[in-house]
Design a protein around this ligand. Sequence first.
Ligand SMILES: [Zn+2]
Length: 240
Amino acid sequence: MNDSNVFLMISIFAISALIVNSIGIYVIYRNMKWVEKYKEYFMCFAAGVLISAPLISAFPEAIEKNHNAGFAALIGFVFMLFSNKLIKHHTKQEELAFGITAIQGIGIHSLLDGIIYTVTFSASIFTGLVSGIGLVIHEFTEGVITFSVLVKGGIKTKKAILYAFLVAGLTTPVGAFVAYPLVKRLSDSTLGLALGFVVGVLIYISAAHLLPEAKAHEKKHSMVALCLGIVLSLAMSFLH
Ligand SMILES: [Zn+2]
């Protein structure tokens, strides 16, 4: 497929991620009641998409490009596990430190989100689309969470909006665009490894991050939202 098409898709999704993230920040700032009510549904739906997309689309594609992609996926998963452990370990401190360390974690995570758009779309438009939809939806809760963490850390609301935008919103397109020239130069087999790594990261985000978070505040229809996410991915793959 055409390079400029790939770049266009990456741009559309990276910018959408930024916009959806900003909507999340705005909505929680305005203290809109429906956020608390529907946040879990967004998380469950995103988790459903983000567990299916790697398993039915990105992973087979990665293996096709490189038979060792499974190792890369394992590394991706373990990388997320330990970086999150590290963040958790540090967050046992006082309130402000909690805010700052968690924010560093979110910043790195959002940068990685951007890189994921670039890697998946470079592998194929379809793989990019399936995982991209799940990712964009999870950006909403990410905006909500980032703002809340900052405010809990004692940062004034106006400043918290700006910081949340910089840390969780802007980092995603930055990650996508900075990664683009590098990913473009990768050989097909190296791209397979990069995609494998991304698969591990996505499975971690959905299974170990979004799902437990959603389960902790389980609502009546949260499993329905999760299944809808899975159905959407399946439908896309059948249409493909
Ligand atoms: Zn994210």
